[in-house]
Design a protein around this ligand. Structure first.
Ligand code: MN
Length: 173
């Protein structure tokens, strides 16, 4: 059984950007529901003993009758774990190493911020904007629809922004 990791801060910690009510709803209802549906879908299958990362990477090996429900709910479960970890009540600057890598890949750090915000604000409907690393170690910005995970595209998520009506906020880094 997969479980919900504790939120690393209080529900009101991100105010005024995200209200306590929305944080509570997003974590205790939306995230919990992805988790419950994911656990139910893989119950008594060999996938119960795999990691969620393995499941998302090997989505094409999941039996067809549960593939869509696993795609949406393992994706939603894992994406939101990353999202809570990415957000912080304290404004923090990226590490010097990260700044260098962002500048190498996007020209300047400011250009990365611009490109990331542009990606996030042009997600159509529900989805995510991501900073990812490809297998060659190059950083890229991508968008995924609904709860699709970058892992399924064999990309490693570095930073994810949930773009949905309950989650939408500008990125402050
Ligand atoms: Mn969400």
């Amino acid at each position: 059984m997969f479980t919900l990791p504790p939120l690393p801060y209080n529900f009101n910690a991100l105010e005024p950007f995200i209200s306590a009510r929305i944080m509570e709803l997003h974590y205790t209802k939306h995230h919990q529901t992805y988790l419950d549906k994911f656990n139910t879908a893989i119950k008594d299958t060999e996938w119960e003993s795999k990691s969620v990362e393995e499941i998302l990477r090997d989505l094409d090996k999941i039996p067809e009758n549960i593939r869509t429900v696993v795609r949406n709910n393992a994706g939603g479960y894992h994406n939101h774990i990353l999202f809570w970890e990415n957000l912080s009540p304290k404004k923090q600057a990226p590490s010097e190493n990260m700044k260098i890598q962002l500048a190498q890949n996007f020209g300047t750090f400011e250009q990365f911020q611009k490109d990331f915000n542009e990606a996030a604000t042009t997600v159509f409907g529900s989805g995510w904007a991501w900073l990812v690393k490809n297998i060659e170690g190059k950083l890229q910005i991508i968008k995924t629809p609904n709860q699709d995970s970058p892992l399924t595209l064999h990309l490693s998520p570095v930073l994810g922004l949930d773009v949905w009506e309950h989650a939408l906020s500008l990125i402050h880094i």
